[in-house]
Design a protein around this ligand. Structure first.
Ligand SMILES: Nc1ncnc2c1ncn2[C@@H]1O[C@H](COP(=O)(O)OP(=O)(O)OP(=O)(O)O)[C@@H](O)[C@H]1O
Ligand SMILES: [Mg+2]
Length: 585
């Protein structure tokens, strides 16, 4: 049978108490009868002496008839049998026997107690009395009296046995009561101790399962209290360490997750310990990567070789690569060995340099484009200037040549002006001067400069401003420049005699300004590219119209500076529509 701690305590306490009680009870019941006999014997001896003393002092001259009745009187007083014996052993008085029967009594000279008293002064004997037919205790003492030499007192042993039995009974009752008391005390003690211990045990179990929030809190000034306090202190310490670790971990996780660089940590056995989000995305890794071998998850042979080399103690140079799944991206991978006290292995760091490379490409393209755009007018100017200097032509030719030269110069001027403006906007050198301005006036102002060309192309521009967006808070000059550029394009790229619409309406907390035309529209694939520098859908046509391909790029920069967006789309019914979206306030 399995006993809990409570059961064990109970059994121990109750067992000890019961054993002690039983031992005491046994000792008591063993020594009790003898002690009781002794005590009764002693008092019987004292009483006998007292009787002898009284008789020898005060009743020396008793007649023989009076002796008999005297024995009866004393016997009644003492509740004992009194026998008075003469020197020759004949009984001269007995409280139990009277008259004629007395003379028939046996001679008592040979009774053991009488013999013993004769020798030592006091005789004691336990035996069966044929006279009154019961077990008796006899005590005899000598007496100094002219008519008798011995006084004997006798008590029936049944009385003595009754006394012993009652004492024994009392002892048993006391034992029973004491055992019940011990049972109750043992139970209370075991419950109290058991409860405290159980609290400690269940707290320990909670701690083991990782719940460190609740404490034992039972700090009595005993060993259990000490155990509880030590446990609580340990757990408090542990909880704060765990908390620190958790915070550390959360910090590290936050840093790793927030990093744009991809990070992968591999231990010395090649098992992946950690991969951050960026690395997962760059190398197209799944959740099963962590814990597995890097050769199973990293599919790029170059990166695998980089890690292998690093783990084998070499120091490979960094690697530039394009992931197989996203060939458009460029990554730089670096691996360095780690040898912290708890981990050894390698850390792989991946930088995405796609934007860097693209910016590089844009810069190169830009320089090439600028050079090209400048060379064309310069070549033309140089040709005409040479023609003018080499061969003095007719006056009309001269005027025509100079006119061409002037056109190319102004085109170059425009180009340089646009480039400078773009550079200025790019570097945010143009200050933004915000003011609240009426939108209809602003839109009308934007097309005012284009009135001549609109008229010459027999086009019609209609302005529609929704009543809820009559004013807008912005830099009016920049917004006007942007709209003028869009309207200019609409005028240039749509056929003569078509209509152009300029609308403004509210869209949530923003205002949307659209320029739509009835021209050819823009091929879907070019809708985003038209905002790039020098990008023209139809190079020949644009150049013919004097365009440099910088107009929409400037528009995009202007709207950027104003905190808005601009995009191009095609209308379902044909024609392009450009939308500028600006915050209202
Ligand atoms: N409304 C439009 N309809 C059709 N195509 C357009 C329209 N607006 C612009 N495009 C196309 O987008 C290209 C880029 O326009 P952008 O304004 O940047 O340059 P550009 O007009 O050629 O020269 P610039 O405006 O610098 O004088 C144009 O060359 C043209 O092909
Ligand atoms: Mg343009």
């Amino acid at each position: 049978m399995h006993l809990g701690f409570r059961g064990k305590i109970f059994v121990a306490i109750f067992g000890v108490a019961a054993a002690c009680l039983l031992l005491v009870a046994t000792l008591v019941s063993l020594s009790l009868p003898e002690q009781t006999y002794r005590r009764i014997e002693q008092s019987l001896v004292s009483e006998a002496h007292l009787v002898a003393d009284v008789l020898s002092t005060h009743e020396r001259d008793l007649p023989s008839g009076a002796i008999e009745s005297e024995a009866g009187r004393i016997g009644k007083t003492l509740s004992a049998r009194v026998t008075l014996i003469a020197a020759d052993g004949t009984v001269v008085g007995d409280s139990m026997v009277s008259g004629a029967t007395l003379s028939t009594l046996e001679n008592h000279a040979t009774r053991p107690e009488v013999l013993q008293a004769k020798a030592t002064g006091v005789g004691i004997s336990r035996r069966y009395s044929h006279t009154i037919q019961t077990d008796m205790l006899y005590v005899a003492v000598t007496i100094d009296h002219p008519r008798m030499t011995m006084v004997r007192l006798a008590l029936p042993l049944t009385e003595v046995q009754q006394q012993v039995a009652s004492v024994r009974h009392m002892t048993l009752v006391a034992l029973g009561v004491a055992l019940v008391g011990a049972l109750a005390l043992a139970w209370i003690a075991s419950v109290l101790l058991g409860r405290r211990l159980q609290a400690i045990a269940s707290a320990a179990r909670r701690f083991a399962s990782g719940d460190l929030s609740q404490r034992v809190r039972d700090y009595e000034r005993d060993e259990l209290g000490t155990v509880a306090r030590v446990l609580d202190d340990t757990v408090r310490e542990l909880a704060s360490r765990v908390d620190e670790l958790r915070q550390d971990r959360a910090r590290t996780d936050a840093i790793l997750t927030g990093m744009v660089e991809g990070v992968m940590v591999v231990n010395s056995q090649g098992r992946v310990q950690l991969v951050n989000r960026a690395a997962r995305a760059m190398l197209a890794l799944d959740d099963a990567t962590v814990g597995g071998h890097y050769l199973e998850s990293v599919r790029h042979p170059g990166i695998a070789a980089l890690l292998t080399d690093t783990l084998e103690g070499r120091q490979p140079p960094h690697l530039e690569l394009s992931p197989a799944r996203t060939p458009g991206r460029r990554l730089v991978a670096r691996a360095t060995p780690v040898s912290a006290p708890s981990v050894t292995g390698a850390v792989l760091v991946l930088h995405d340099i796609t934007d860097l490379r693209r910016a590089d490409q844009v810069r190169r393209d830009f320089v090439a484009n600028v050079s090209h755009e400048l060379r064309t007018p310069l070549t033309a100017i140089r040709g005409y200037v040479e023609a003018l200097t080499d061969d003095p032509a007719s006056v009309e030719d001269r005027a025509r040549f100079l006119d061409v030269i002037a056109r190319h110069v102004s085109r170059m001027e425009r180009l340089v002006r646009d480039l400078l403006r773009l550079a200025g906007l790019d570097a945010r050198q143009e200050p933004v001067e915000q003011s609240t301005c009426p939108l209809p006036g602003l839109l009308a102002g934007a097309i005012a400069d284009l009135a001549t060309i609109i008229e010459s192309r027999r086009q019609e521009v209609t302005i529609g401003v929704a009543p809820e967006v009559t004013t807008v808070r912005t830099d009016p000059q920049k917004l006007q420049d942007a709209i003028r550029n869009l309207v200019e394009n609409a005028v240039n790229y749509s056929p003569e005699g078509t209509r152009i619409r300029l609308d403004a309406r509210q869209n949530g907390d923003r205002v949307a300004i659209t320029v739509s035309d009835e021209g050819p529209g823009i091929p879907e694939s070019d809708l985003e590219r038209v905002f790039e520098r020098f990008y023209r859908v139809d190079k020949a046509r644009s150049r013919e119209s004097g365009g440099t391909g910088l107009g929409l790029s400037i528009v995009k920069h202007l709207i950027d500076v104003l905190g808005g967006q601009v995009w191009a789309a095609n209308r379902p019914e044909g024609g392009a529509v450009f939308t500028i979206s600006l915050p209202l306030g």
